[in-house]
Ligand binder design. Structure first.
Ligand SMILES: CCC(=O)SCCNC(=O)CCNC(=O)[C@H](O)C(C)(C)COP(=O)(O)OP(=O)(O)OC[C@H]1O[C@@H](n2cnc3c(N)ncnc32)[C@H](O)[C@@H]1OP(=O)(O)O
Length: 343
C-alpha cells in the first residue's frame, strides 16, 4: 500500500475504498458500556436511526411517484447503491397491503447516481395476486433511469418444508471492535505516515448510518492475499424498533450493499480497484429480523473474471436464524500496486 493511502479494509475497492466504511465519533468506551447493559436498555429511543427519519423517508409527489434524498455519499461521488435499492424498496412497498411482506428483489444499476440531485422513484403496480404482489420501480435522475428494480411481496404461508444452513461460529459482537475502534488503534501507531493519518481521520468523520464489527481484523490491513470470504457484524446506527418488517427489509437492503463487492478483491492485495461499481443486486428475505440489532453478514466471492466479480452474502440473526441472502455482480477494473505498504 502506498504512503498516503489509508490502510485497506474490506470495502468495495479493496485497498482504496475505505471511505465505504462507517465513520463516527463514538468513543470505544461507549460500546463497553453498551455490552454491559440489558438488551432492552441498549437502544436510546431518542436516537432514531437516520435511515428511518431521513434516508428511507421518501416524499410522495404523486400516486406511485416518490422523491428520495441522500445522506451519505461515497468518495467515488456516485450514489451508494444500497441507498438506491433501499429507497426503491420503500417506494415499492408503499402500494402493497400490510399482510404482504418483501421476499425478494432484483435490481440493475444502469447509470451512476448523481449526488447533486434527488432521485425520483416511479412505481408500476405490475401484479396484485392473492399470495404474491409484484412491483417494478424505476429510479430516475435527469430524466433517465439509474436503477431498475423488481420487488415481490408474499403473504405469510406456513409450510412443513423448512431448512437453512448453519450460521458460522464467530465471536459475539460484544467481543469485537467497531471499524472506528480499529481505526483509532491504527491511528495510535507512532510510525503511521501523515497522509495515512489524514485519510484515517477523514474516515472517522464519515457519517455512514451503519455500524460494523469485522470478525477478522487482520483483513482490515489487507497485507496478504486471503480467501474471498469475510464476516462482520452489522446493524443500523440508532433505534428503529420492532413492528415494521417492511421497513427492516428496506434497511437491510441498504446495509447489504455495504462493503460487499470488496470481498472479490481480498485474494489480490497487489491490485487496487481503479473502478468498482455494483452492476446488479438481488436479495431474498427469509425471516423476520431487526436491522437495528447486530446481524452477522457472511460474504463470499465464488468467482471473479473478465473485469467482473460475483459476491454472495448471508445475513444472520444473532440467534442463528438466516434472515436474508444476497447476490451481486460488480465491475472491477484494477491496476497493479507497485509500492509496498509503509503502514
Ligand atoms: C458499494 C458499491 C456501490 O454502491 S456502486 C454504486 C452503484 N452502482 C453504480 O453506480 C453503477 C451504475 N452503472 C454504471 O455506472 C454503468 O452501468 C457502468 C457500470 C459504468 C456501465 O459501464 P460502461 O458500459 O462501460 O459505461 P460507459 O461506457 O458509460 O463508461 C463508463 C466509464 O468507464 C470507462 N470504460 C468503459 N469501458 C471501459 C474499459 N473496457 N476499460 C476501461 N474503462 C472503461 C469509460 O471510459 C467511462 O469512463 P469515464 O466516465 O469517461 O471516465
Amino acid at each position: 500500500m502506498a504512503e498516503g493511502e489509508p490502510p485497506a479494509v474490506p470495502g468495495v475497492n479493496g485497498s482504496i475504498h475505505i471511505c465505504d466504511f462507517p465513520g463516527g465519533t463514538e468513543s470505544p468506551e461507549s460500546h463497553e458500556e453498551e455490552s454491559s447493559q440489558s438488551s432492552a436498555a441498549q437502544y436510546n429511543q431518542d436516537l432514531k436511526s437516520v435511515l428511518v427519519t431521513s434516508v428511507l423517508n421518501l416524499e410522495e409527489l404523486d400516486v406511485d411517484l416518490y422523491r428520495g434524498t441522500h445522506h451519505w455519499v461515497p468518495r467515488s461521488q456516485r450514489l451508494f447503491g444500497g441507498q438506491i435499492i433501499g429507497q426503491a424498496l420503500v417506494a415499492a412497498a408503499k402500494s402493497v397491503s400490510d399482510n404482504h411482506y418483501a421476499h425478494s428483489l432484483h435490481c440493475y444499476f444502469v447509470r451512476a447516481g448523481d449526488p447533486k440531485v434527488p432521485v425520483l422513484y416511479q412505481v408500476d403496480r405490475t401484479r396484485d395476486g392473492r399470495s404474491f404482489t409484484v412491483r417494478s420501480v424505476k429510479a430516475i435522475q435527469h430524466g433517465q433511469p439509474i436503477l431498475i428494480c423488481q420487488a415481490s411481496f408474499h403473504m405469510l404461508q406456513p409450510s412443513p418444508l423448512q431448512h437453512q444452513f448453519t450460521m458460522p461460529v464467530v465471536p459475539p459482537p460484544e467481543d469485537l471492535l467497531t471499524v472506528e475502534e480499529l481505526i483509532r488503534l491504527y491511528l495510535s501507531k507512532p510510525d503511521l505516515g501523515e497522509k495515512s493519518r489524514q485519510g484515517l481521520n477523514k474516515l472517522l468523520a464519515n457519517e455512514v448510518p451503519i455500524e460494523m464489527k469485522p470478525v477478522q481484523p487482520p483483513h482490515f490491513y489487507r497485507l496478504a492475499a486471503v480467501e474471498p470470504r469475510t464476516l462482520f457484524w452489522v446493524r443500523a446506527r440508532g433505534y428503529i424498533g420492532e413492528g415494521n418488517m417492511k421497513l427492516h427489509c428496506c434497511v437491510a437492503a441498504y446495509v447489504s450493499d455495504f462493503a460487499f463487492l470488496g470481498t472479490a478483491l481480498l485474494p489480490y492485495p497487489n491490485y487496487k480497484a481503479q473502478f468498482a461499481a455494483s452492476l446488479d443486486h438481488a436479495m431474498w428475505f427469509h425471516s423476520t429480523f431487526r436491522s437495528d440489532e447486530w446481524m452477522l453478514y457472511e460474504c463470499e466471492s465464488p468467482w471473479a473474471g473478465g473485469s467482473r466479480g460475483l459476491v454472495q452474502g448471508r445475513l444472520w440473526r444473532r440467534d442463528g436464524v438466516l434472515a436474508a441472502s444476497c447476490s451481486q455482480e460488480g465491475v472491477l477494473r484494477v491496476k497493479a500496486v507497485t509500492e509496498p505498504s509503509k503502514l
